[in-house]
Design a protein around this ligand. Structure first.
Ligand code: GDP
Ligand code: IMO
Ligand code: MG
Length: 427
């Protein structure tokens, strides 16, 4: 196996965790490089379902290191809950490590996230209310706390003397939310230090250096997806980190030269949770059908996911900016009973009939865009037991080959069901 990044290529929930879990079999070190517990990752292993938010999906194997990298933001109580859940399942957590450079989500971050969402009116993003945006905001404003800060009382005290006056002023004057005393925050930080103590990895430099020297296989696990990337997604309707392939270098401690491959995970259709433009959205019975067959409800918030046909315009863009070297196409089995399947290959601007083949990054105009579809014949048979590419029905292979043509990127993995073994490795 080469060192590989798994990236969501749409708006999240593409089945990244299934692909990460699968590739993790052959990896030594799995690094989650961005996001926080906004992520909801499902792995079905031997008929059993596991849900992860922060913990890398490789944790189900023994003898692997699962590292939560510097690019992530961690809500301590949620992390604890996830750990407790895995312990109840007797999952071995001895390989779990957390970077001291990862950011801590403090209670004010979730409070600000909740407040902002409730008062934003038209500007509502539909966040997961897990404090993601406010935590990254403070990181960039250089008034955030990192996991490592929790272990040095004097440094923490000095930092809080700088951070708290700014934060309390914001909380009171901008948000009309409660303020925090230093004692209260020190107490909280003591509690957080205990939560992370078994996992915080102060010798992460040695760990990464040794892995590199010993040519260990590294798998970088992304959360969310390219279209939710803060730089390249449908801004401002995005998350606050960089899920793109390049984010793996920034959020892990390895340079770009350690990355050999970037696998973009995409569903055979598109879903989105929360607000924001979605040109191929199906607000009709076909959308409902996809949602019901594909069980498209959020892992983290339980919200119904918006569903639509495959959008080759955004996906071609995702191949470019996400740095994808190949695609893992998931949930193609959801179309097993469809007579016909549509692919959006261009957008038309209803104001002037202008055709877009390239993704227009000015999200403001998306409300004027309608999809230009091409229709493919369905295969109308059950493919969930197929394990070889050649055994897929002819129309199914045609569909996959048409996608490769439109995206100018090869499909390397086809997923025909949620379980580990419901996977076809092409070539
Ligand atoms: P992630 O956030 O990208 O890891 O994806 P989620 O876990 O949020 O959502 C993907 C859902 O699809 C999960 O319930 C998976 O078990 C399921 N899934 C993954 N691959 C397939 C597939 O090929 N077919 C079907 N039917 N379900 C799949
Ligand atoms: P995984 O890793 C789908 C969406 C939210 C919202 C926007 C911003 O499971 O694919 P945030 O809480 O991050 O500030 O919310 O991003 N969002 C996701 N949508 N899957 C996810 O993660 C998501 N994480 C965030 O719905 O629209
Ligand atoms: Mg998800």
């Amino acid at each position: 196996m080469k060192n590989c990044v798994v990236v969501g290529a749409q708006w999240g929930d593409e089945g990244k965790a299934k692909i990460t879990d699968l590739l993790a079999q052959n990896a030594d070190l799995i690094i989650r490089y961005q996001g926080g517990c906004n992520a909801g990752h499902t792995v079905v292993a031997n008929g059993k379902t596991f849900k992860f938010h922060l913990i890398p999906s490789g944790i189900l194997y023994n003898n692997k290191i699962c590292f939560i990298g510097n690019g992530t933001v961690i809500l301590p109580e949620y992390f604890q809950e996830e750990i407790d859940g895995l312990k109840r399942e007797n999952i071995d957590l001895s390989g779990l490590k957390v970077s001291p450079l990862a950011s801590v989500t403090m209670p004010w971050h979730t409070e600000i996230d909740g407040y902002s969402e409730c008062t934003a009116g038209k500007g509502k993003i539909g966040t997961t209310k897990k404090g993601i945006g406010p935590t990254y905001t403070d990181k960039m404003q250089r008034i955030g706390l990192k996991i490592g800060d929790l272990y040095s009382e004097t440094a923490l005290s000095e930092k809080l003397d700088i951070i708290l006056p700014i934060k309390n002023k914001q909380l009171k004057e901008i948000y009309n939310l409660r303020t925090y005393t230093k004692e209260e925050v020190l107490d909280l930080c003591k509690k957080y230090a205990e939560i992370f103590r078994p996992y915080v990895c102060f010798d992460w430099q040695e760990m990464l250096r040794n892995a590199k020297k010993e040519q260990k296989k590294i798998l970088f696990e992304g959360a969310q997806g390219v279209m939710l990337d803060v730089d390249f997604g449908t801004y401002p309707f995005v998350t606050s980190s960089n899920p793109v392939g390049g984010g793996a270098a920034v959020g892990s401690g390895y340079g770009p030269k350690e990355i050999d491959e970037v696998i973009g995970v995409a569903k055979a259709y598109v879903t989105r949770v929360g607000e924001g433009p979605f040109v191929t959205e199906l607000d009709d019975e076909i959308g409902d059908l996809i949602r019901n067959i594909g069980h498209e409800f959020g892992v983290t918030t339980g919200r119904a996911r918006r569903c639509g046909w495959f959008d080759a315009v955004t996906m071609r863009y995702a191949c470019l900016v996400g740095g994808l070297t190949s695609i893992a196409l998931t949930k193609i089995d959801v179309f097993d009973n469809f007579d016909e399947i549509k692919i959006c290959k261009a957008y038309k601007d209803i104001r002037n009939n202008q055709i877009y083949h390239d993704y227009p990054t000015d999200v403001f105009i998306h409300k004027y865009l309608e999809p230009v579809y091409e229709t493919m014949e369905g295969w109308c048979e059950n493919i969930t037991r197929v394990r070889k590419y050649e055994d897929l029905p002819r129309n199914c292979r045609r569909y996959l080959e048409r996608l490769e043509e439109l995206l100018e990127t090869p499909i390397s993995i086809v997923s025909v069901g949620p379980d580990r073994d419901q996977t076809i490795f092409k070539n």
